[in-house]
Design a protein around this ligand. Structure first.
Ligand code: 13P
Length: 253
């Protein structure tokens, strides 16, 4: 079975002490994970070292950065490089979140550069894609997401692609309480997998983990994750609530 992942995206929330407490509460109550299940915490940069330390010895748990820069080092004041993340032992990096695309003008091409350097240093990108409301209302979501995949991923070899986790996050469902129905999620996930299959072959596509993100809660996770092409979730608001995130972990296939 391909990897099933419950990924917490804390975004720009919590103090250090609050983050430490949240991690401790979740880790102490988290169920035993099967070998195909993983829990990932995408925490703010200043908490990465703390979080990496907190998960030591916890099988199936990893830490992600929420972003990185596209260059290895140099005069880029305020940016964080992939070699820095690697030196902390960080396993994943979230790239292309819609908030970064919208507020920081990150393009598909720029994201391709960030993906390349992440892979070069052995970090797994959690590549986010997803359409805004107007595109969904015009029923153009497949073309929109298809282009995001094409411009950021299709230069990769099949071996490289297999290091990528994809997160489908329809923008209209993020932080709005308006979840995509499990049918809408399944439909898009199946479309993404079919595109990957056309590009890289069925065997490669069948192994790619595709997460759903957008108002995932403890109460709707099982229904979403029960869909055949939904391999877990990338969770914002509910990942800050211990009982909610625990329920999401328990809902993994
Ligand atoms: P919410 O779960 O708060 O809707 O956020 C989703 C998200 O953006 C995760 O990256």
């Amino acid at each position: 079975m391909r990897q099933q992942i419950a990924a917490a995206n804390w975004k720009m929330n919590l103090t250090l002490a609050e983050g430490q407490q949240l991690l401790q509460d979740i880790l102490s109550k988290s169920p035993e994970l099967s070998s195909h299940q993983q829990v990932v915490f995408a925490v703010p940069f200043p908490y990465l070292a703390m979080a990496q330390e907190a998960i030591q010895g916890k099988a199936g748990v990893a830490i992600a950065a929420q972003n990185c820069y596209s260059k290895k080092s140099g005069a880029y004041t305020g940016e964080v490089s992939v070699p820095m993340l690697q030196s902390l032992g960080i396993g994943y990096v979230v790239l292309g979140h819609s908030e970064r695309r919208e507020y920081f003008q990150e393009s598909n091409q720029f994201l391709a550069e960030k993906i390349n350097i992440s892979l070069e240093y052995g970090l797994k990108p959690i590549f986010c894609c997803g359409e805004p409301l107007a595109i969904r209302e015009a029923n153009n979501q497949n073309a929109f997401v298809g282009q995001q995949l094409q411009e950021s991923l299709y230069h990769l070899s099949a071996t490289q692609l297999q290091q990528i986790v994809i997160a489908y996050e329809p923008i209209w469902a993020i932080g709005t309480g308006k979840t995509a129905t499990s049918e809408q999620a399944q439909e898009m996930h199946a479309f993404i997998r079919s595109q990957l299959s056309a590009q890289y072959g069925e065997a490669v596509a069948a192994n790619i983990t595709i997460l759903y993100g957008g108002s995932v809660k403890g109460a709707n996770a099982s229904e979403l994750f029960s869909q055949p092409d939904v391999d877990g979730g990338l969770v914002g608001g509910a990942s800050l609530i211990v009982e909610d995130f625990l329920a999401i972990i328990k809902a993994l296939k």
